[in-house]
Design a protein around this ligand. Structure first.
Ligand code: NAD
Ligand code: PRE
Length: 311
């Protein structure tokens, strides 16, 4: 006899890159009997239907969450409160409500007092993605061997946390439980500030057009090209990240700028020892990431075949 799926009915709100990757991974693993999709973009909803990413499709999120045992918000974090208000009345007692947002304390603040007491609210964040947006760019393997961080509130039941953990593990991820504030500080330096740096360096190079001319494009096969990939990431998603993780980003940016000034001084003073010392330390960090299996040692990105194709 076939095994019972993890959840009878799952609703995904927002069928973009992350939502559609989760949908594909759910279908790949047979993790539900009924996968319901909602998106406010009629184009994304019909694309998702054509791609057969679910069993039912609704423009209105309150229709999608009806009878769902697991609801996952996969929209930019700035939309969460509004969506929470739209779905609250229709949520089934005992349902788990989760999300994939890149910021976590804001998500707790935006949703905690909007959601009914009869659901378990467990914010989540898969630490994997690409610079692409929309349903056609998702792929089921996105979460394989990547971390997914859960930041359950004190009110969430252990059995609901265990079920959501089992869900992400079935999707291919390793699950870590973390406090939301701590998550936001860690991700500020490992993800948010790096994106800000990429947006900045590409913007600066573009502003220096008179110096670089079209050579920004011509010579962007090396390190700069890696920055252009990151700087191509979704503008709305990243606007919301910086609007909602302001304090942690500013704290980490302050530290980053201090260290950058030290490097500036080392360059000015021709302090080769300092430069070589730092570069040796950072090279070892890259090697330890590869040894831990978090990245391939390819000259380009581990996911080149999925994410690096021009639109
Ligand atoms: N892209 C990444 O690398 C990545 C990685 C991990 C987590 N995340 C998080 O995942 C979430 C989604 O990001 P994405 O990359 O999939 O973005 P995306 O732009 O590809 O998809 C977002 C989808 O949400 C829909 N949407 C927007 N507002 C809506 C609303 N009010 N109601 C219903 N649908 C709405 C859009 O039409 C779109 O289909 C974000 O919160 C982001 O922080 C992204
Ligand atoms: O590889 C990329 O394109 C990513 O930027 C993925 C990345 C990251 O910074 O690591 C981006 C945002 C997320 O919240 C999680 C993952």
């Amino acid at each position: 006899m076939a095994e019972k799926p993890l959840f009878d009915r799952i609703a995904i709100i927002g069928i973009g890159l992350i939502g559609s990757s989760i949908a594909r991974a759910i279908l790949r693993g047979n993790l539900t009997d009924e996968l319901v999709i909602s998106d406010r973009s009629p184009q994304h909803l019909s694309e998702a239907e054509k791609l057969e990413l679910g069993h039912a499709f609704h423009a209105n999120p309150s229709d999608a969450v009806k009878d769902a045992d697991l609801v996952i918000l996969c929209t930019p974090v700035g939309t969460y409160r509004e969506i929470g208000e739209q779905i609250a009345a229709g949520l089934k007692a005992g349902a788990i409500v989760s999300d994939v947002g890149s910021v976590k304390e804001h998500v707790v603040n935006a949703l905690q007092d909007v959601l009914p007491a009869h659901v378990d609210f467990i914010p989540g964040h898969p630490i994997s993605g690409t610079e692409k947006s929309g349903p056609k760019h998702g792929f089921a393997e996105l979460f394989d061997q990547r971390f997914c961080i859960l930041t359950p509130t004190e009110d969430a039941s252990q059995s609901a946390i265990d079920r959501l953990k089992a869900f992400w593990e079935a999707i291919g991820s390793d699950v870590e439980i973390m406090d939301a504030k701590h998550h936001d500080l860690v991700l500020a330096i490992t993800s948010h500030v790096p994106h800000l740096i990429a947006y900045n360096i590409v913007g600066t190079a573009d502003d220096l057009e008179s110096v670089t001319k079209s050579e920004v494009i011509k010579f962007s096969a090396g390190g700069f090209r890696d920055f252009t990939r990151i700087a191509a990431s979704d503008p709305i998603m990243w606007r919301d990240v910086f609007l909602t993780n302001r304090d942690a980003v500013l704290e980490m940016l302050g530290r980053f700028l201090e260290d950058l000034s030290m490097l500036q001084r080392a360059v000015r003073d021709s302090d080769g020892e300092m430069l070589e010392g730092l570069f040796t330390r950072t090279r070892n960090i890259r090697r330890s990431i590869i040894d831990a299996g978090q990245e391939t040692d390819a000259p380009d990105f581990g996911r080149k075949h999925h994410s690096d194709k021009a639109e």
